[in-house]
Design a protein around this ligand. Structure first.
Ligand code: ATP
Ligand code: MG
Length: 322
């Protein structure tokens, strides 16, 4: 196997709050291979966006990275200065954030914004910039006449596509996306995902993708990471996590989503709420909600243990394996 493009190790992020630090990301480690598509799922507030911001080194107060490393192409991004990081952003790593639709500058045309990004990060001539801008818009199925449009002249879905075009502008090695298709209807969503997929096959970039949409996960991701209360509780090949989730939280999450195929079934859901991130209790974060909780779960925090490229943080599973 090739060297991973991204190696995240024991990443920790805290938000300063009046009640003390809230550990939004509590020791996350994973690798992302070149060309791989890793989806991250987990209920609202489990730290998905915070994790992506930390990887892109875009955290701002009250959030701060307080531990771990982010190896990108052999370099620890967390050790770089803002100046050095600028060389990586757009060119090597691009980010489409959750509120991407509103991230476009309302006072500039799409063409002007694409040109600005090119000028800031390359030495390209005006002709080359025009050619590439035309090309990336076409990639996301926006007619190039919209190079002259302002963001307000585009529909919500088109603005989201324009953001993805900007992310692909400089042929990055890693594209980080936080629910980039959430503003689209199902048909538009599927077509944009297919486009991202074929661009990935053609250009070979890796994708780190946060979504609440299990259909997107099952159709487009190679691997799936399930997060709970700031930690990865299960990570493995998407098919495997879907078909045989090992962590009780993953199993509950899979049950909570209706299947597109087969007979409709009752949504079981997962009763209860995630724990406070400020004063973490000992033991497994999921213990209070877990239908299979054991005595040890309330006392000892389980490790993320891997077997056959599938890792799980659960005493039940680990006890069976030993
Ligand atoms: N400014 C802040 N101050 C304190 N805590 C915060 C702040 N922003 C976020 N958090 C906490 O950090 C945790 C992780 O938030 P984050 O936005 O990363 O979750 P998420 O998984 O992306 O959720 P969603 O699916 O709703 O986007 C949450 O519990 C949230 O309450
Ligand atoms: Mg989020």
């Amino acid at each position: 196997m090739s060297t991973p493009i991204l190696k995240v190790r024991e990443l920790e992020v805290e938000y300063a709050t009046p009640n003390g630090p809230a550990k939004a990301v509590g020791g996350v480690s994973f690798d992302l291979e070149q060309g791989e598509f890793l989806a991250i799922v987990g209920e609202s507030g489990c730290g998905k966006s915070t994790l992506l911001f930390a990887i892109a080194q875009l955290l701002t107060y009250p959030a701060a990275m307080v531990g771990g490393t982010i190896g990108f192409d052999g370099v620890d991004l967390s050790a770089l200065s803002e100046e050095e990081l600028r060389k990586y952003r757009w060119r090597d790593i691009s980010v489409v954030m959750q509120s991407a639709m509103n991230a476009l500058n309302p006072t500039l045309t799409i063409g002007a914004q694409l040109a600005d990004a090119c000028r800031a990060h390359t030495e390209w001539s005006a002709e080359k910039i025009a050619e590439r801008s035309h090309e990336v818009l076409t990639m996301v199925s926006i007619d190039h006449v919209h190079l002259k449009s302002y963001p307000f002249q585009l529909s919500g879905g088109m603005r989201q596509r324009a953001m993805i075009a900007m992310a692909l502008l400089l042929n990055p090695k890693l594209v980080i996306m936080d629910e980039p298709t959430s503003a689209l209807d199902v048909v538009a969503q599927r077509s944009l995902m297919s486009q991202i997929q074929s661009l990935r096959n053609e250009l070979g970039f890796s994708v780190l993708f946060v979504t609440h949409d299990m259909n997107v996960v099952s159709h487009f991701s190679d691997r799936l990471a399930v997060m709970y209360a700031g930690q990865i509780v299960e990570i493995g090949k998407t098919r495997k996590v879907f078909d045989e989730p090992l962590h009780p939280y993953s199993a509950g999450l899979m049950d909570a989503f209706p299947s597109l195929v087969g007979a409709p079934r009752q949504l079981l859901g997962i009763p209860g709420n995630p724990p406070s991130l400020v004063a973490a209790q000992p033991g497994c974060h999921f213990a209070a909600r877990c239908p299979l909780v054991m005595e040890i779960c309330r006392v000892n925090r389980p490790e993320l243990l891997e077997e056959d490229s599938h890792a799980v943080r659960c005493h039940l599973v680990n006890a069976v394996q030993v």
